[in-house]
Design a binder for this molecule. Structure first.
Ligand SMILES: Nc1ncnc2c1ncn2[C@@H]1O[C@H](COP(=O)(O)OP(=O)(O)O)[C@@H](O)[C@H]1O
Ligand SMILES: Cc1ncc(COP(=O)(O)O)c(N)n1
Length: 270
């Protein structure tokens, strides 16, 4: 038995602390994984939107990745914002050499509506990174982009999950229902069958970083050795509670509360 599980995030930053690398590291910490991070882009953003973006040179991205793999074990990893093709190429090549579960959050647009990926690089993400993913976690607009088709009903979501695996090569796909109406239902296709994860819809505007947090929680649980359906079930519980206890911080869409459940429900993991 190892004495700690590691989890790596490769993503962009959020200085306001609710999304991106910052959300991922907070999640890893709460779920008792040893968090590691490789930055793709430094993003000037807050709860109201993105102000500016500085992309790191792809050579520097490569150097960060090699600094980890030459020294540390990676038990599970996730990717978030990867803005351009050059960075995608470097990451794809590196991931191929890492024998750990890979969760891809195909981040395209922030909750504020700002684009986080170059329009012309989206196809590369779908065709070259997605087939390497053990699990891909699109929200509805991302699933629609990947499939080139509308996703409007629960049946469409189930169909999208299966198609993203069979047509585009992901190992598993989790279609998130945050953008639907009614209960917050997510559908997982694990290569064999559909699993459904349901929570009540919480009446809040504070959903900045929910997708990042959810994918990071799944990554932490996979690194700890949970099966995929079990990792998603535990992560769904976590993301629901951090939304329920979210903070009214900032003037836009506020951040989730990564330690709220410590007091009330977190003792599940203490
Ligand atoms: N208001 C809400 N109440 C409860 N769960 C939500 C709410 N909004 C989103 N979720 C859940 O949060 C997770 C992230 O989903 P989503 O918001 O679709 O992703 P993204 O942040 O990538 O757009 C999913 O499990 C989704 O069902
Ligand atoms: C660096 C970075 N990555 C991802 C998101 C998306 O966040 P959300 O989880 O709200 O879709 C973001 N706003 N910033």
């Amino acid at each position: 038995m190892r004495n700690v599980s590691t989890a790596l995030t490769i993503a962009g930053t959020d200085p306001s602390g609710g999304a991106g690398i910052q959300a991922d590291l907070k999640t890893f910490q709460e779920l008792k994984s040893y968090g590691m991070s490789v930055i793709t882009s430094v993003v000037s953003q807050n709860t109201t939107g993105v102000k500016d973006v500085h992309h790191l040179p792809s050579e520097f991205l490569k150097s960060q990745l090699e600094a980890i793999s030459s020294d540390m074990p990676v038990h599970a990893l996730k990717t978030g914002m990867i803005s351009n093709m050059e960075m995608m190429k470097v990451i794809a090549e590196w991931i191929e050499s890492i024998p750990a579960p890979y969760v891809m959050d195909p981040v395209m647009v922030a909750t504020s509506g700002d684009a986080l990926i170059e329009e012309e690089s989206r196809g590369y993400l779908r065709d070259h990174l997605l087939p390497l993913a053990s699990l891909v976690t699109p929200n509805i607009p991302e699933a629609e982009y990947i499939l080139g088709d509308e996703v409007e009903s629960h049946d469409d979501m189930k169909n999208a999950a299966e198609q993203i695996c069979t047509r585009f090569g992901a190992g598993a796909a989790l279609i998130k229902g945050g953008h639907m109406k009614g209960e917050a239902i997510d559908f997982l296709y694990d290569g064999k069958r559909i699993h459904e994860f349901t929570s009540e819809r919480i009446d809040t505007n504070n959903t900045h970083g929910t997708g990042c947090t959810y994918a990071a929680a799944i990554t932490a649980f996979l690194g700890q050795g949970h099966t995929l359906p079990d990792a998603v079930e535990e992560a769904k519980y976590f993301v629901t509670e951090v939304i329920r206890h979210s903070f009214d911080l900032g003037q836009g869409s506020g951040p989730t509360n990564h330690f709220a459940t410590r007091e009330e429900v977190f003792n599940k993991w203490l």
